[in-house]
Design a protein around this ligand. Structure first.
Ligand SMILES: Nc1ncnc2c1ncn2[C@@H]1O[C@H](COP(=O)(O)OP(=O)(O)OP(=O)(O)O)[C@@H](O)[C@H]1O
Length: 637
């Protein structure tokens, strides 16, 4: 049966030597085009990418060999070698890692299998500049070889198998695959260097590039001369086992790029050793840029788990809470057994303790950063805050610490503020943390429901991430103060003193400046379209607004659920009237004390106006337009 990869690649021809030519998956073709032409300025990183893959291949085999030691028989020392042929202008990078068989070569070097990546490549714009910066977010791996080579051949033999295969491609249309000879297991990648890339035939240059980018690789990387003499190019000890004092920022950054497959610098580096009940070392990074697949449904925790320096897996979901899934790096446990299986890692008490320890440590470091470098912290929060807030929703044990780290925009201050800042700025008589939720901060700031709060100088938090709607009800309060949406009816402004009020006079009956007649008239006219109608003190310049019932769902949440078909019907709203607005005063007079006066189209227009302010679609826009035109015709006719 054809595999998925074979279906995507196209078999074009077979030859007597058994060579087969296949086409690249469309996304690979596009990626190669950009890689070969646009990433030119940083092309030396091809070596880092290939060495990184070689080291991963050694890691994988070392893990498998714990259960099946025969796989490394006769060649137990892992290493990566570089050899050059100056006449043929080739550079060959070889490893004795896990190797690839025929199918692996087709799957891994002919398609993009990594979840999310193919879709990501589909989104490339064709605008080289933009695409390069996008690509920088996820790394191009093996294909980066085409920055320096116009032809690459990969000869590989999978550990434990007898046959070797050669994959060859000019990186344009497709690749050829054929049987090959190879003595031991592993992969040898031969780059036929472009004319302007001959510096990579030079040992000193290769040493410089390896030292710069790959010094931390825990396997020896050697330059092997024609006579067989081998010179070590890197330190070859696991970076996290070295003392901090011996590691500089550049080395940390390169290690980060190796584990993250990213191109950015780490925003924060945590290098630590935990000792006590359980013992583990960690070298964990927070990226500067948001990883492109942060919200991909398949996204998993990407920390690499090692046991006593041996790589085990990077798919241990329990190692990190999902709300910290943007972390990259390595955790190396002394307590887990080396032959730990992936199943054993599930619900494993050692892993749970490591997870709890990591979360505490990361939160601790973040709060130090928040205190000492508010601007730096704000840039972190802008990228990852929305993921961290998932932790509040999931009910993490660290919710107190997490809440303190949350930052928000508000109606009265520029920049981001914490909940502690908010509480410190609360007005006399204010007992709740007010917020308004919606998609866009600028639009929210113009919401009519905010007018009364603005008039009294009461700060309102702007909640613009969809996740806000979900954690707010779960958390409920901070520092004993409940979170309250201003679009719900209960937001009681009358108890709060005006910012400039200097007397203690009771303002509680401010809103009662009666518009009872109008309320009766509107109730008669609007019927079930609204749940209730009443005067409010939350408006100062708008005539009307809609709010939800005190115990009802927040209006933004309701819209969100409707958009996702999770809710069939909206609940009717409460229509609130501004009793000081000239239009409301005039209509009230017209309605008369018993509400029997004829208001014509006004009730319908008022309700539609409130709906528009709320960003809602009108049930009958044509009717609205007609009524509005009639009113205008009367006014101007
Ligand atoms: N030297 C190697 N030995 C064994 N397998 C390899 C080797 N080089 C590449 N591969 C296989 O090819 C796959 C694709 O490599 P590629 O570099 O394109 O992507 P990646 O390593 O998964 O991620 P990135 O693109 O970020 O480096 C790897 O995941 C691995 O399975």
């Amino acid at each position: 049966m054809a595999t998925k990869a074979e279906k995507k690649t196209t078999k074009a021809s077979g030859t007597e030597t058994g060579a087969e030519t296949m086409g690249f998956q469309a996304e690979v073709g596009r990626l190669l085009d950009i890689v070969a032409n646009a990433l030119y300025s940083e092309r030396e990183i091809f070596l880092r990418e290939l060495i990184s893959n070689a080291a991963d291949a050694c890691d994988k085999l070392r893990y498998l060999a714990i259960e099946a030691p025969a796989l490394t028989d006769g060649d137990p020392e892992f290493r990566v070698t570089l050899t050059v042929d100056k006449d043929a202008k080739t550079l060959t990078l070889a490893d004795n890692g896990i190797g690839m068989n025929r199918q692996d070569l087709i799957d891994h070097l002919g398609t993009i299998a990594r979840s999310g990546t193919a879709a990501f490549v589909d989104n490339l714009t064709g605008d080289k500049k933009k695409d390069v910066s996008l690509i920088g977010q996820f790394g191009v791996g093996f294909y980066s070889g085409y920055m320096v080579a116009d032809r690459i051949s990969v000869t590989s033999r999978r550990a434990g198998e007898e046959e070797a295969w050669r994959w060859t491609s000019d990186g344009r249309t497709g690749f050829t695959i054929e049987p090959a000879e190879k003595d031991g297991r592993g992969t040898a990648i031969t780059l036929h260097l472009k004319d302007d890339a001959e510096e990579y035939l030079d040992e000193a240059e290769l040493r410089r590039v390896v030292k710069t980018y790959s010094d931390h690789i825990p396997f020896p990387i050697e330059f092997v001369k024609a006579d067989g003499e081998a010179n070590r190019l890197n330190e070859a000890s696991a970076l996290w086992t070295r003392p901090k004092s011996e590691i500089d920022d550049q080395q940390y950054a390169e290690f980060y790029r190796h584990v993250s497959h990213g191109f950015d610098d780490p925003w924060m580096t945590l290098h630590f050793k935990a000792e006590g009940m359980i013992e583990y070392a960690g070298l964990v990074f927070i990226p500067t840029e948001r990883p492109f697949d942060l919200f991909h449904p398949d996204r998993m925790t990407k920390l690499k788990l090692y046991v006593k320096r041996v790589f085990i897996t990077e798919e241990c979901e329990d190692l990190l809470p999902s709300w910290l899934r943007f972390l990259r790096g390595v955790v190396d446990s002394e307590d887990l057994p080396l032959n730990v299986s992936r199943e054993m890692l599930q619900n494993n008490p050692v892993v749970s303790k490591i997870r709890a320890g990591l979360a505490k440590r990361v939160l601790g470091e973040l709060s130090k950063k928040a205190e000492n470098d508010a601007d730096g912290y704000a840039s972190f929060w802008d990228k990852f805050g929305l993921v961290m807030k998932e932790g509040l929703y999931e009910g993490t044990a660290d919710k107190e610490a997490l809440l303190k780290l949350c930052r928000f925009r508000s109606t009265t201050r520029d920049g981001l503020i914490s909940l502690e800042d908010y509480v410190a700025g609360m007005k006399d008589g204010q007992d709740a943390i007010y917020y308004i939720a919606g998609e866009d901060a600028a639009a929210l700031r113009k919401s009519p429901q905010l007018e009364g709060f603005a008039a009294k100088g009461v700060e309102v938090l702007l909640m613009t991430d969809p996740v806000d709607e979900f954690w707010l009800p779960m958390i409920g309060e901070f520092d004993g103060k409940a979170f309250k949406s201003v679009t719900r009816a209960g937001a009681d402004l009358s108890k709060i003193k005006k910012a400039d009020a200097d007397s203690d006079e009771d303002e509680s009956d401010e809103a009662e400046s009666v518009v009872d007649g109008l309320v009766i008239a509107l109730k008669l006219a609007l019927g079930d379209a609204v749940k209730d109608i009443r005067a409010t003190d939350r408006l100062t310049s708008s005539a009307v607004c809609l709010v939800a019932d005190e115990n009802g769902m927040d209006m933004h949440l309701e819209r969100l659920l409707k958009q996702h078909n999770r809710l069939e019907q909206s609940n009717p709203r409460i229509l609130e009237l501004n009793p000081t607005h000239p239009l409301i005063v005039a209509l009230n007079a017209k309605a008369g004390p018993d509400g029997k006066g004829d208001l014509g189209a006004a009730p319908a227009l008022l309700l539609d106006q409130a709906r528009i302010l709320e960003g809602e679609t009108l049930p009958d826009p044509a009717d609205f337009a007609k009524k509005l035109a009639d009113v205008m015709a009367k006014a101007f006719g």
